[in-house]
Design a protein around this ligand. Structure first.
Ligand code: GRF
Length: 209
């Protein structure tokens, strides 16, 4: 029997290493009443990440955890899990979090960690996905929201949206167009979770009508 992953109002942690525009877009969807969620905390592994400032200005707890303060990834993630639990987080949202997730975090939040990637996976995983798409010469790229597993951008796919690649696109112009799509796709995917409509079987995600 399949079980819905995280039904009910989501208690989110956003993990971000950089700019935080997806974090902002999620906050805006919550404010509009289109995403049933609360952002309990924003956590960054980079002290200078603009995302931390964005969280503070929204009066959301902003926590910097320095991976270098820990002897191993397991120890770093144990601290991360402490912070998540102390904020009663139910779903972990990676939004430009530039680290592979290890077993401590995966075990603590099985099937409840999601990521957004700026390409149509399994094409162009990893860094500079938009530049990879331009260099390859594909006609369409887009974004993918997926459940996180131990691989790099490999987990079960919840939603994908297509963006055309134009003849004069650079990595940057394509990235801008994909980002606009990301800002709509992420909250929609999370809202499906909140509605209890997401089921997972093996590596397939099913969405209930
Ligand atoms: C986005 O393009 C996202 O797909 C990727 O990292 C970027 C983060 O951007 N994983 P932002 O920090 O949310 O503005």
């Amino acid at each position: 029997m399949m079980q819905a992953i995280a039904p009910g109002r989501l208690q989110l942690a956003i993990l971000a290493s950089g700019r935080g525009s997806n974090f902002d877009a999620l906050c805006q969807a919550i404010e509009r009443g289109e995403l049933d969620a609360d952002v309990r905390v924003l956590i960054s592994d980079i002290e200078s990440a603009p995302a931390l400032g964005k969280a503070k200005s929204r009066k959301i707890d902003a926590v910097f955890i320095n991976p270098r303060d820990f002897g191993s990834r397991d120890e770093y993630e144990a601290e991360l899990v402490e912070v998540l639990k102390s904020h009663q987080v139910t779903v972990v949202v990676l939004a430009g979090y530039m680290r592979l997730v290890g077993r401590i975090l995966l075990d603590a939040y099985k099937h409840r960690i999601v990521n957004i990637h700026p390409a149509l996976l399994p094409s162009f995983p990893g860094l500079h996905a938009q530049q990879q798409a331009v260099d390859y010469g594909v006609k369409f790229s887009g974004c993918t929201v997926h459940i996180v597993d131990q691989g790099m951008d490999t987990g079960p796919i919840i939603m994908q949206e297509v963006v055309p690649v134009l003849p004069d696109d650079t990595g940057d112009t394509l990235a801008d167009r994909i980002l606009a799509k990301e800002h709509k796709t992420y909250w929609r995917s999370l809202q499906l979770l909140a509605q209890g409509r997401i089921y997972i079987e093996g590596r397939k995600v099913f969405i209930k009508d």
